[in-house]
Ligand binder design. Structure first.
Ligand code: GLN
Length: 436
């Protein structure tokens, strides 16, 4: 029996080794199922910082819908996991509080931005469930780097009420777990209509766990040529191919396909995501919540002083970029153009899903990098790392990252993507692969 005492002891040990938690919940209930939650999801009475200094003392007075549903289902929150500030990053290195380390090798990144959650699930023997959030890959990426499962649902399937937003038209909350079935269990609980979220979709409830252990012999997989380009580490490509062959041996059919617009996903995403982020961050003005300062001079000076102190470097970069993109004179050239491209990209994917149940490729183009190598990356080189994970958020479609064979003792992820609300297909294939 996992008593709260044991869970707390383990949490402290994991934290000492891997710096995974920003806030530990010392007040655990006697009964329930433990879950670790990314620190941008509001938890009543438990500090929620989104990894930012500007929210260093923010204690929500309410639970996000996903947390409320999990608590109603018997879960309790062990702690709030480290992340890139507001989700701005791919390696969980843009963190004010702690930079979580990869349990497979502590000199390497555990991925971002839900890095603390994935690292915790990998390291823990007692906790199987985590909640992450993705704007452009933050569930898949850390799942792949740590060697766990990450499910990014369809946009609108899971309520965003109580999520500290990064880019509202991209943000999705989803499970990070040890197995595909556990992700399906969490999705069963957190999915479903919520009148508090205007983008929440009204649909019949599904039992996602019922898609585990199913026959996959009628499934058609599209292997996306562009996901296996020369820019992707060859060892990763090779291992994902081995995994595809395994799915074939389990009865699934595959065919190679092409997504010509794939080259445009990174610029399209970074234009739209920073535009949305810069507007979202305007609410951190030192008055309503979070960091404040002694009021001196005019309001503009006060506003700038608080923001100068409270935001990290990457947040400032994104405010500048996003504001520029939205300015009169640049709006048509960047923002509107990117919106048009987004629509084209969605259409391209939709067309392929008429023929294929899922599309597949590696989750990340590189193995978990060393912290010392991350420091050498330019912002654009860093952004390019998201090339394989962005499509699922840009197109609002669900994706699932599962661990495949390792390379030099480092985890490798394979990512499936399906059409809107076809999570069942991801679960069928992911589970079949895991069990096969
Ligand atoms: N790496 C991407 C970014 O920095 C995606 C992060 C995320 O999904 N929150 O925008």
């Amino acid at each position: 029996m996992n008593t709260p005492k044991k869970i707390l002891e383990e949490a402290k040990t994991i934290d000492k080794q891997y710096d995974t938690l920003v806030t530990l919940n010392e007040d655990l209930p006697k009964k329930g199922i433990p879950i670790v939650v990314k620190d941008n999801i509001c938890t009543q009475g438990l500090r929620t910082t989104a990894g930012s200094e500007i929210l260093h003392d923010y204690i929500p007075v309410f639970d996000a819908t996903v947390i409320k549903r999990l608590k109603d289902a018997g879960f309790y929150v062990v702690g709030k996991a480290a992340q890139d500030e507001f989700g701005f990053g791919t390696f969980s290195t843009n963190c004010f509080f702690k930079v979580p380390k990869n349990p497979n090798d502590i000199e390497r990144s555990c991925g971002g931005s839900s890095g603390g959650t994935a690292a915790y699930i990998k390291a823990s023997k007692l906790v199987n469930y985590g909640l992450g959030q993705s704007t452009g890959g933050s569930i898949s990426c850390p799942a792949a780097f740590c060697g766990v499962v990450g499910l990014t649902p369809t946009y609108g399937l899971v309520s965003r009420y109580g999520l500290i937003d990064y880019a509202n038209s991209f943000d999705k909350i989803g499970p990070i777990t040890k197995t595909v079935k556990q992700s399906a269990e969490i999705l069963n609980i957190i999915s479903g209509y919520d009148s508090n979220d205007q983008t929440s979709v009204q649909r019949d409830k599904e039992d996602y766990t019922s898609y585990c252990g199913q026959d996959i012999s009628k499934m058609k997989i599209g292997v996306v040529k562009e996901f296996f380009s020369e820019d992707i580490d060859k060892r990763i490509r090779d291992n994902v191919w081995v995994a595809i062959k395994k799915l074939e041996s389990l009865g699934a059919k595959y065919e190679e396909v092409s997504i010509p617009l794939q080259d445009y996903v990174v610029p399209t995403y970074y234009i739209l995501a920073t535009a949305e982020a810069s507007t979202n961050l305007a609410k951190y003005c030192g008055l309503r919540y979070g960091m404040s300062s002694d009021l001196e001079g005019y309001y503009d000076d006060y506003f700038s002083t608080v923001r100068e102190m409270g935001f990290g470097k990457e947040a400032k970069r994104r405010i500048l970029l996003g504001t520029f993109i939205r300015m009169v004179g640049y709006r048509d050239a960047y923002y509107i153009k990117a919106m048009k491209l987004r629509t084209k990209i969605i259409k391209e994917y939709k067309k392929l899903f008429k023929k294929f149940d899922v599309l597949v490729g590696p989750t990340m183009p590189v193995l978990p990098p060393r912290f010392t190598d991350i420091e050498k990356l330019s912002p654009v080189e860093n952004y390019m790392m998201d090339i394989l994970t962005i499509p699922s958020n840009l197109a609002g479609m669900p994706s699932l990252s599962v661990p495949v064979d390792e390379v030099d003792n480092l985890p490798v992820g394979m990512q499936f993507m399906a059409d809107h609300f076809e999570e069942k297909k991801l679960i069928m294939l992911g589970d079949a692969y895991e069990q096969g």
